[in-house]
Ligand binder design. Structure first.
Ligand code: HAM
Length: 423
């Protein structure tokens, strides 16, 4: 039996990959304009990094991590997310000593052992962005403005921004206590998971998808009504700045995130077009994370976009593969040699050119040229080669002319460059 890929880990084939390249390229452009620079970190980290940052009682750490011991006995984990590794690198390389503000972005695979379904995979890809060093609400609003702008420029339909505040170590413990008390009264109505976590991580109960839990918590106290003055002011200013920047949002007081490092502003970009997996991007502020990981006491905020979900949403609008500028069809050995040399010269100069390598009939070569949707075909036979000419066929214009081989390369390059400049 042949070997297949691992469940929940997908191949990305030509035809789909163009959509991904488009999404990645747009991210580089948009994030670049907002001052972010790329960072690349390993896909495997010491397990402790994720336990300390994401939180021991989260679903990710409790159930979903790909953790193993390497040959030296060190516990390692395939990264389930990017924020913790990026902050680890930020601290390790003392990026704060080079610049008081760091704006970083990253792209790559993440791994979570979840039950695969549409929009949820075990290897999935995120584009993430993080800002370290600014607590000002302006930066929260700007991060959200950038995220919204990215969705607008990539023409992702049907997304809405929801925001919330999860408070800080000053106000959250009191709220947590009030919520635990509320849940205690309704314990029998909660699912087994929530009965277990109502003391260890009561906020997660608000996020439970089980209908019974949803109903039992309709009247649960909200973090937003229990913010300290600092967090309340911060949240109000974030909203004011969002209004000033014309960023649309709604406040969702029930939003809790699946990672424990968040403080103050949290947010999700949601869609109704992906069923249960409705978050296409998510993030928030994490003011205590860097110091918890042994770094300086610096605030941070960021988000990650789920690339598979974006690609699903773009769906039909998939991006066409690039069209060859020239297909060289040849007849006879000497013509094939000359054609092959011209092909390579054009490719070396950066032009997409193709030919058939295995001596097929002219008809078969033209069929392939058609299939590749090439713009031009150069037909070169032995006779033509001897006379120093070839036939150049323009496929879109159904027009063909005899051209001299001498100077042909320059002519083609000028023509293609001219078309690109006109476009
Ligand atoms: P997250 O909410 O766990 O946050 O993931 C962010 C996004 O990754 C989700 O909204 C979703 O689009 C995508 N995603 C998550 N799990 C899967 C999966 N199993 N299959 C497909 N897509 C998935 C974080 O990861 C945080 N690090 C975000 C962040 C950055 N917060 C601050 N900075």
């Amino acid at each position: 039996m042949s070997i297949t890929s691992i469940k929940g880990m997908n191949d990305l084939l030509p035809g789909d990959v163009e959509t991904w390249q488009y999404l990645e390229e747009q991210a580089r452009q948009v994030f670049g304009a907002f001052g972010y620079r790329e960072i690349r970190v390993p896909v495997v980290e010491k397990t402790d990094l994720f336990c300390r940052s994401i939180g021991e009682t989260t679903d990710i750490v409790e159930k979903e991590m790909y953790t193993f011991s390497d040959k030296g006995g060190t516990s390692m984990t395939l990264r389930p997310e990017g924020t913790a590794p990026v902050m680890r690198a930020f601290i390790q390389h003392k990026l704060y000593a080079k610049d008081p503000v760091s704006k970083l972005y990253y792209l790559g695979p993440m791994f979570r052992h979840e039950r695969p379904q549409k929009g949820r995979y075990r290897q999935f890809h995120q584009i993430g962005a993080e800002v370290v060093g600014i607590d000002d609400p302006k930066i929260d609003a700007q991060v959200l403005a950038m995220l919204s702008h990215y969705f607008a420029t990539t023409k992702i339909p049907d997304v809405a921004l929801q925001i919330n505040s999860l408070g800080c170590p000053e106000c959250r413990p009191t709220y947590r206590e009030a919520l635990t008390k509320f849940l205690e009264q309704r314990l029998s109505a909660l699912c087994a998971d929530c009965q277990r976590r109502y003391t260890s991580n009561p906020l997660r109960v608000l996020d439970c998808k089980v209908p019974g839990c949803k109903e039992a918590t309709i009247e649960a106290p909200a973090m937003l009504d229990n913010l300290c003055i600092g967090c309340d002011t911060h949240f109000n200013q974030v909203k004011e700045h969002l209004d000033e920047l014309s960023v649309d949002y709604t406040v969702n007081p029930r939003m809790v995130r699946g990672l424990d490092y968040y403080t103050r502003t949290t947010f999700e970009m949601v869609t109704s077009s992906l069923g249960a997996q409705n978050a296409v991007a998510a993030g928030g502020r994490y003011n205590g994370l860097i110091s918890d990981l042994g770094g300086p006491d610096l605030p941070g905020i960021g988000f990650a976009i789920g690339l598979e979900r974006l690609a699903l949403m773009l769906g039909e609008q998939s991006i066409a593969p690039p069209r060859p500028e020239l297909f060289i069809a040849t007849l006879g050995e000497a013509a094939t040699k000359a054609g092959f040399a011209l092909l390579t010269r054009l490719q070396r100069q950066g032009f997409l050119a193709e030919m058939e390598y295995t001596g097929k009939s002219l008809k078969a070569q033209l069929r392939r040229a058609d299939k590749l949707k090439t713009r031009r075909v150069l037909i070169l036979g032995e006779d033509e080669l001897a006379r120093g000419i070839a036939q150049l066929r323009y496929m879109d214009k159904s027009f063909q002319e005899e051209v001299a081989l001498e100077g042909l390369e320059t002519r083609l390059i000028n023509e293609i460059n001219g078309e690109t400049n006109d476009a």
